[in-house]
Design a protein around this ligand. Sequence first.
Ligand code: FES
Length: 190
Amino acid sequence: MEPNTAPAKLQFSAAAQAEIKRLLTHYPADRSKSALLPILHIAQAEFGGWVSPEVQDLVAETLNIKPIEVYEVSSFYTMYNLKLVGKHVLEICRTGPCMLRGSDELTEHLERITGAKVGETSPDGLFTLKEVECLAACGFAPVVQVREQYYEQLDTPEAVDAMLNDLRGQIHRPILSWEENDLPNSLKNN
Ligand code: FES
């Protein structure tokens, strides 16, 4: 008899399922698609920092919507990564105020230090560089966002190097609020 080699079906962890269940209580039962953006965030955090077609299919199945309805949203917003990324995704703001305060030089410095161009991942797999539009922290330009963390006033090579060293020192990725183990029992999967 042939061994069963079919890959295991993707599944959300119990903690992620509990958070999805909690999120869905915010919307009428026939409007669950409204939870698509936060659920894509959960999926991205859960499955290695990007949303593969398989992961997006799982999101569609979870919300009982068509996969195309997920694809059209995930491909519209820059915060969703559609291909494999490094441990840290550096979202570099390139809009006017950050550009005037040196975002071009910041990007060049990051490319030189990490060995990755914008849109690429460094050879050590640690950093993916990505350009994004205004991060709403213009008063502290130039700015880089890494997940929930903002690094601001990166207008000197020293400030950029300090950010990279800080990120290199993060052995574990930051804990997201929905991963905390303090969900009420009613929302936990038993
Ligand atoms: S222009 Fe960069 S944060 Fe607004």
